[in-house]
Design a protein around this ligand. Structure first.
Ligand code: AGP
Length: 607
């Protein structure tokens, strides 16, 4: 969603800010803007649409400024328009603010500030922050921002500049990430590591309600009482090239092809002297043994990984497990006791609903295990233990490699729980682990020849709707397949447990209606064949994802996509890959931007 950048140093700020805003484009946005400090005060430029449009508009600006802030906005309060784009100024135009998050009490603050004579020029919640800083400003920007924040209810990541304080940026946060780096040419702030790592691999992660005061020579950190503090410094070891496409036409394809590496990296170091090792769980064997219920909470693709994990945990560890959308969980009154384990899954580690669900679970006394891809993210910091998926930065909005990283991590967790409960022996765990590791080779094989997938995509590209059907693990994989297709190709797709089709959805089937069926060799294979027949008898065009060597399936399907034989527990890893490629192939054929689908944001930091 929204993105923040800021720079103060020796170099011209304009191009640096625009370049750094471009690195945040993957998050999704609808407008962008910059505020530059110069001899005349502040120059603010905002545009609806892509950062390229902002860059073109900024060409006429001089390169004199060496300090400024920038923003990509994903509209929440106020339509996507130039006047609602950030940076947003106070009445005098001397203070400019960029803001990520939502100010919940903005209406009452707005009324109060208007009564005090402030004139509002936007429909945003953010504007109250600029006017509150203006009210509190007495020559010290840090102090004024601090005073303003005392009045705010909600979440925020902020960067602020003031015409009267040349070369200075004040940043703060509550519930929305802010990271900082000092490099040879100056000081940088952003809401995402990717926009600061070119300055330094050692990135400061600002704590909630702490402040950073950036100057060209360095960054000072303070808490809400004005006391100097030392931030947590994270060394970033992933490749800067991650932000480049590396020869692929889009990030989505590049990330799909990284999946064998993700599986290998996620498993690296997990089998030590023949024993499974997940030290980061943060739980003793006694604690693991007392777990009598598991809740898995997540959103979107991460929730789908949770549904797969539910099958594994119940089947192997025999612990009752519920997987639930975090947005629902947070407003229910779930049965949680100190012996409940809550597993929170989030690629970004900053999804607002997942964070709220974590907080609820902890208040109720549960241990929370976070599974995230982002080191130092809010999910990592608010959980009792963390397992990091080793996907590296995921740029395409549609999650692919992070999903596989999550499934592999959750599979390890299920094995660990089963072992601690005495339901799987060490020997059984070793066999499972080796088969799990082998899925990296199987995914490589799927990626090596996509002819059948592309043919099936060609046959589907002009459809209006599609069904994804499966049973057991297959039903869960279908949810992800349908989500991938709708989010990047805008083709309406629904996932149904195959046995449910005759209870309603089959009414929609007509001649040529695409039905994608996961029909791999599993305990319910024969049932799947019957379900496929039911759809085909009504005219469906069936695309089957089947196990290599299965000749029989050809009698039931118009197109067959073969995947290598794996045990049913690991089928989600292999079956997901053709579904990702299928969705991408259709999206490309429909001329869609596969990396930046409309209306979507990479991190959903608002409710
Ligand atoms: C799926 O392709 C999307 N990226 C989306 O559903 C995503 O999985 C969801 O918003 C949750 O994000 P998170 O994993 O970062 O919490």
């Amino acid at each position: 969603m929204c993105g923040i950048v800021g720079y103060t140093g020796e170099k011209p700020a304009k191009d640096l800010l625009i370049q750094n805003l471009k690195s945040l484009e993957y998050r999704g946005y609808d407008s962008a803007g910059i505020a530059l400090q110069d001899a005349d005060g502040l120059t603010v430029l905002r545009r609806v649409g892509k950062v390229d449009g902002l860059a073109a508009a900024a060409e006429h600006l001089e390169d004199a400024s060496t300090c400024g802030i920038g923003h990509t906005r994903w509209a929440t309060h106020g339509a996507p328009s130039e006047r609602n784009a950030h940076p947003i100024c106070d009445c005098s135009g001397k203070i400019a603010v960029v803001h990520n998050g939502i100010i919940e009490n903005y209406q009452e603050l707005r009324q109060e500030l208007q009564a005090n004579g402030h004139t509002f020029k936007t429909d945003t919640d953010t504007e109250v922050i600029a006017h509150l800083i203006e009210e509190a400003y007495e020559g010290n920007l840090y102090e004024a921002v601090r005073q303003a924040c005392l009045r705010l209810v909600g979440s925020y990541g902020l960067a602020v500049v003031c015409a009267q304080e040349p070369g200075r940026i004040v940043a703060t946060r509550k519930g929305s990430p802010i990271v900082l780096a000092h490099g040879e040419d100056g000081s940088y702030v952003a809401s995402d590591i990717i926009a600061v790592i070119k300055a330094s691999r050692d990135v400061a992660i600002l704590d909630d309600e702490n402040y950073a005061i950036l100057e060209p020579s360095g960054i000072t950190y303070k808490d809400a009482n004005g006391k100097d503090v030392t931030p947590h410094i994270m060394h970033v070891d992933w490749d800067v090239d991650v932000a480049e496409k590396g020869g692929y036409p889009d990030f989505m394809l590049k990330e799909i092809h990284e999946q064998p590496r993700v599986i290998r990296d996620t498993l690296a170091g997990r089998m030590v002297n023949g024993h499974l090792s997940i030290e980061e769980l943060g739980m003793t064997l006694d604690e693991l043994q007392t777990i009598d219920r598991v809740y898995i909470i997540a959103c979107g693709t991460s929730y789908h990984a949770g549904l797969i994990a539910r099958e594994l945990i119940e089947s192997w560890a025999r612990i009752p497990t519920v997987a639930e959308a975090a947005s629902e969980f947070r407003y229910r009154n779930p049965v949680i006791t100190p012996s409940t384990l809550v597993v929170a899954i989030s690629q970004s580690g900053e999804t607002a609903d997942t964070l709220a669900a974590i907080r609820l679970a902890r208040i109720k006394g549960a241990k929370v295990l976070g599974i995230t891809n982002v080191v130092g993210s809010p999910v990592a910091r608010e959980s009792d233990g963390v397992i990091y998926t080793k996907a590296n930065k995921e740029i395409a909005v549609a999650s692919t490699k992070s999903f596989l990283g999550q499934i592999v991590s959750l599979t390890l967790l299920a094995m660990e729980l089963a072992q601690s409960k005495g339901k799987l022996t060490t020997a059984q765990i070793r066999v499972l682990f080796h088969e799990l590791a082998d899925t990296a080779n199987q995914v490589e094989k799927i990626l090596s020849d996509t002819t059948a997938i592309d043919e099936a995509a060609q046959a589907t590209k002009d459809a209006h709707d599609a069904f994804f059907i499966g049973r057991g693990m297959g039903a869960q994989v279908c949810r992800e397949g349908a989500l991938k297709l709708k989010e990047i190709s805008y083709l309406h797709a629904e996932a149904y447990p195959a046995g449910e089709m005759k209870h309603g959805p089959i009414a929609l089937i007509h001649e040529g209606f695409p039905v994608i069926a996961v029909a791999t060799k599993s305990p319910t294979y024969d049932k799947m064949l019957s379900n496929i027949e039911e759809s085909r008898a009504r005219g469906a065009m069936v695309i089957a994802i089947a196990t290599e060597g299965d000749e029989e399936i050809k009698k039931y399907a118009d197109h067959v996509i073969y995947i290598p034989r794996v045990r049913d527990a690991f089928m989600p890893i292999t079956a997901t890959v053709p579904m990702q490629l299928f969705a991408r192939s259709i999206a490309i054929a429909r001329h869609c931007d596969v990396d930046k689908p409309r209306n979507l944001a990479k991190s959903v930091t608002v409710e």
